[in-house]
Design a protein around this ligand. Structure first.
Ligand code: FAD
Length: 302
């Protein structure tokens, strides 16, 4: 049953029609609990609030599946404006981007140019840019684009999804690069990815421990309290310097735990904003079907 629910919401998240339609609906079905606003002004207010509590942010200008150059161009402009805002207001914040929003499915050279424009401005401000990892059909292209960018820029990193069977090999190839380690949010084939929670969790812990023993910066991105406690014990036992890692969680999830972790470690909240909320929100529902009751309440009371 849990797998059916998961597959259902992942299926919805992949619907280009629904993703496009939802942009015109405004927030629905409780999405506003997990999305920090529609525009730069509103997300800036939320970043300031989090910063005041000692929490860094990474903002995601929501959007994926872009198939028109003009759309990718306007996404890039919004990211550049967000960079200017972070710099002007001295916010404790970096940016997460998705390559399919910047034209990866249209033309790789165009996408690369968009990333170079973003990274050049970000480097001038000393701001880090994280490339989120999307579904496996984009995996190799994303890693190739990243490797090209790393020839020129140091302020860029990406995400390793522990459900992928090749995760450790790719992580090792990128051993000097800042990486975020996650379990993985998409539905992938048995050939590409572990399917059982036990295998994914085991690989997650293994990958993070390996990274923590290395030199490069690691973002431990999970809401899983069992894993967090195990990793905290590992950090303590091995005296891992706190300058080498941070914990990350998504905006709207486990708020109390976010505050608690931020008192002990560097902590970053992943903060999506914008009208293109549908795919992101459906993936969150796939992970945690308990959130579906938000949809029901929203449908009944609005
Ligand atoms: P789960 O396996 O979902 O949960 C484990 C256990 O933790 C649950 O059984 C429950 O006991 C507890 N738990 C979890 N959530 C809650 C909650 N809200 N309240 C109470 N208990 C809870 N995925 C990608 O594929 N690409 C990305 O680029 C990417 N970036 C991410 C960035 C960040 C900052 C985070 C946090 C996640 C990102 N993800 C990304 C999503 C990730 O891959 C997982 O799908 C998602 O984090 C769910 O896995 P989990 O590790 O949080 O734990």
């Amino acid at each position: 049953m849990a797998n059916l629910t998961r597959d259902f919401f992942i299926g919805l998240s992949n619907s280009r029609f629904l993703n496009k339609s939802a942009q015109k609906w405004g927030f629905r079905f409780g999405a506003e609990k997990f999305v920090a606003g529609t525009d730069i002004d509103s997300v800036t207010r939320t970043i300031r609030e989090m910063n005041a509590r000692g929490i860094s942010c990474t903002v995601d200008n929501l959007g994926e599946f872009v198939s028109e150059k003009a759309e990718a161009e306007s996404a890039k402009q919004r990211i550049l404006q967000m960079l200017d805002r972070i710099h002007e207001e001295n916010l404790d914040c970096h940016i997460s981007v998705k390559l399919t929003q910047l034209g990866l499915d249209i033309d790789r050279a165009f996408c690369l140019q968009n990333m170079e424009d973003i990274l050049t401005r970000a480097a001038a401000y000393g701001i880090f840019i994280n490339i989120d990892m999307e579904d496996y059909t984009h995996f190799h292209a994303t890693i190739e684009v990243l490797k090209t960018l790393l020839e020129t820029y140091q302020n860029v990193g990406t995400v390793i999804q522990a459900y992928l069977r090749n995760a450790e090999a790719v992580m090792d190839e990128l051993k000097d690069v800042r990486l975020r380690i996650v379990k993985g949010a998409y539905k992938e084939s048995e050939t590409a990815a572990f399917q059982s929670k036990a295998e994914i969790d085991r690989n997650y812990v293994k990958l993070v421990k390996k990274r923590l023993l290395g030199e490069a910066y690691t973002s431990i991105a999970t809401h899983d309290h069992h894993i967090i406690r195990e990793l905290e014990a590992f950090i303590e036992e091995n005296q891992i310097p706190h300058s080498r890692f941070e914990f990350q969680m998504l905006y709207g999830f486990r708020q109390e735990m976010q505050y608690e972790l931020a008192k002990k470690y560097h902590f970053t909240t992943y903060m999506p904003f914008g009208n293109d909320w549908f795919g992101y929100y459906m993936r969150r529902l796939a992970e945690r079907p308990q959130n579906v009751n938000l949809i029901v309440k929203d449908a009944l009371y609005t």
